[in-house]
Write a new protein. Structure first.
Length: 306
């Protein structure tokens, strides 16, 4: 109620992905398939890791949380997007819009931190294999995951508090398929320059900081591999390739969207689809197709069910 009192706007109208009804029907089928794949694929990863006695290393502990974040992150936007593809007037309440903004930044930022933690895990595993179990023990793993959640919460609170204190008194049409900071700043009936810079600095600092940590981690890994045999190098690089692929797919679009001033581009919706739906859908495939241990565990799980 207090949020709505600061604004004359009680709901927003989303433009969605497309205004073309024929294209919308095709997109409905496509994104329903994508979302179903996200749920089933990531649930399979979680169940496999939790039930398998072999997948008990920190890498798989983090992977199970990554799958949980992928489900949560895509659920913030995908069901609403799929529903809106079938209706003519795509509305969302003011409170619902702010809640969607908070949840998307919360889960998205937590995933960024978790991917960074996973790079640190790989760095320790490859560079200090003899001390790995002592450095990255269960206690440390729990704290690292908790830190990812707390980091996501703090970031999301900053983005949300900066947005809800703005007055919205005029246009209420958002040229997007979900509520995000930049499209909302565009609708505020006040000067949003300072808020826009703060939002960009907050998101940019996290994205760039984590990206630098990731690059440094893999640089250290590459340097340490120079003393290994060719077989050892190939095995180490093979285990890192899946994580590097996920990092590129997730960080690339996020940096494009959030590491810039509060402006909107026509490509924003397409790029946003990539990191909110496509990447969470591909993650289970990337980790299972390139990981023999996960594939074997899935086969054993399936044979037990049969």
């Amino acid at each position: 109620v207090s949020m709505e009192n600061k604004s004359n706007v009680t709901d927003f109208i989303l433009h969605g992905l497309t205004q073309d009804k024929a294209v919308a029907k095709v997109c409905f089928s496509l994104f329903l398939l994508f979302y179903t794949t996200i749920i089933l694929g990531n649930l399979l990863i979680i169940i496999t890791i939790k039930t398998s006695g072999q997948l008990n290393s920190p890498m798989y502990f983090f992977l199970s949380y990554l799958s949980f974040l992928d489900i949560s992150y895509s659920t913030v936007t995908a069901p609403k997007l799929i529903y809106d593809l079938l209706v003519e007037k795509k509305t969302i309440s003011f409170v619902g819009c702010i809640a969607q903004l908070f949840a998307s930044h919360f889960f998205g930022c937590a995933e960024i931190f978790l991917l960074t933690v996973m790079a640190y895990d790989r760095c320790i595993a490859i560079c200090k294999p003899l001390h790995y179990t002592n450095i990255v023990n269960k206690h440390v793993c729990g704290w690292l995951v908790a830190a990812s959640w707390v980091g996501g919460f703090v970031h999301s609170m900053v983005q949300t508090l900066l947005t809800i204190q703005l007055p919205f008194c005029g246009p209420n049409e958002i040229d997007h398929y979900f509520c995000d900071v930049h499209p909302l700043l565009k609708l505020a009936c006040t000067d949003t320059y300072i808020v826009g810079v703060t939002v960009a600095a907050n998101s940019g600092a996290i994205s760039l900081g984590c990206f630098v940590v990731l690059v440094v981690s893999y640089a250290v890994i590459l340097v340490s591999l120079r003393t290994r045999s060719s077989e050892g190098r190939l095995k180490a690089l093979y285990t890192c390739t899946s994580h590097i692929t996920v990092v590129v797919l997730f960080f690339g679009p996020c940096i494009f969207i959030y590491m810039r001033p509060s402006t909107t581009f026509s490509a924003d919706k397409t790029v946003s689809v990539f990191y909110t739906i496509i990447t969470p859908m591909l993650n289970p495939l990337i980790y299972t197709l390139r990981n023999g241990e996960v594939k074997n565990a899935i086969k054993k799980l399936w044979s037990r069910k049969v």
